[in-house]
Design a protein around this ligand. Sequence first.
Ligand code: CTP
Ligand code: MG
Length: 179
Amino acid sequence: MLALVAGALWAMLPAYVPNNVAVLAGGGRPIDGGRHFAGRRLLGDGKTWRGTAFGTLGGLALASLLNLLQPAATGLLGADLPTFPPLAALGLALGAMLGDIGASLLKRRLGRQRGAAVPGLDQLDFVIGALALVALLAPAWTLATFSLERLVVIVVATPLLHVATNAGAYLLGLKSEPW
Ligand code: CTP
Ligand code: MG
């Protein structure tokens, strides 16, 4: 059980970190350049070039770090933890950012203001984006890494982790809403 949860979360870590880095690094020019569509912002001021770039780089940096730690962590946890080839790292990190951006696009179309909570979507948008892009960029690695068991753990555990880290970021004054 521990090995299963550890393996699942380890495999997703390069997708978890980009959102948090974006919160810290975000600001500046919004990706949509302030443009509107049908009376509403395309994405909103919460999706910036800087946040997206640093978020993606943060995920890539973490994947490299995990690659260095993998032998020691595998011994320690007794789990077969994956390492991240470059395309797998890129798929997870950039995919997480794109999933979050896609959700903002959807939220603006639905008339939700920037920062409005959409339970479910807010917690899983980046998981869907990350898995979709990594499957596209590194299909064999994705099949070998994300077993059905690990996917179940990810879908259950990610919303809990997301809620906890965002509540923490809110309490620290880093984020303006606790979701
Ligand atoms: N952020 C960013 N670029 C991104 C994602 C996030 O700059 N691609 C930064 C923004 O400062 C944003 C903060 O991280 O306000 C929190 O991210 P998130 O909760 O995803 O954005 P919201 O402001 O809630 O906007 P939305 O309603 O569109 O999700
Ligand atoms: Mg938000």
